[in-house]
Design a protein around this ligand. Sequence first.
Ligand code: PLP
Length: 281
Amino acid sequence: MSRTVYVNDSFLPEENATVSIFDRGFLFADGVYEVTAVLDSKLVDFAGHVTRLERSLNELKMELPISSEELLNVHRELIKRNNLEEGAIYLQITRGAADRDFAFPKDTKQTIVLFTQAKPLSAPKSGIRIISAPDIRWGRRDIKTVQLLAPSLTKMIAKAEGKDDAWMVEDGFVTEGTSCNAYIVTKEGKIITRDLSTSILHGITRAAILKLAAEMDMEIEERAFTIKEAQQAAEAFVTAATAFVNPVIEIDGVELSGGAPGPVVTRLSQLYIEESRKAAM
Ligand code: PLP
């Protein structure tokens, strides 16, 4: 069934939606994106995603082309028009179309595109098997740009080995998953995840999980860890807007928590879904 999508002020059937071949998103990956989860036809952490979007745009000397209220309305309208109960809304904003030149063009109209993706998010997860791989991305991973070839290639290395994903490693330490933040849980129940910097994306789900864990009086340490430390951990997991909390049950061939989701990750996952359902708007 054809979706209704949003392109530059219009809602239209996906087969009629077009963007210029001169769009700088296409030519230079000169654009940013956000992915917001939808649960019970409501948006999860919309405010967090808009705040990060504005930051990403600002870092690339762009602005939000419509108000955050209009953006919320477009998200809600897409949920309605596509009868979306569970899944995600993808949003992309680029600098717009201009004749090809490395210098930023002046006074172009930015391109804004949104579409829905239906997928089950809240079903129980059996866990993923991951490998480690070198982090070959650029140095500003805190900006959510659409230049995703490096993580895409890295994911394909994992797939070629029959695994689900890769944790990327730089200078001996895990940065994050190809499209998720990475965590380990020590035998004492402490959660360890990399501290925020330009080396990783500042996950909206990460912020929510760390808040939840703190409310549960769990100990949290924000610091880099190695693959070896991860392989010796009691449990491990990843978070992302469309993965929620996903257990990691194998790292480079070493099984964790008996090859099944462990108790801490299972509890965090349930709580995250409960809290997200309550707060979704
Ligand atoms: N890290 C990377 C590299 C990502 O691409 C993503 C999501 O796309 C995340 C982390 C998780 O961020 P969020 O929880 O905001 O979806």
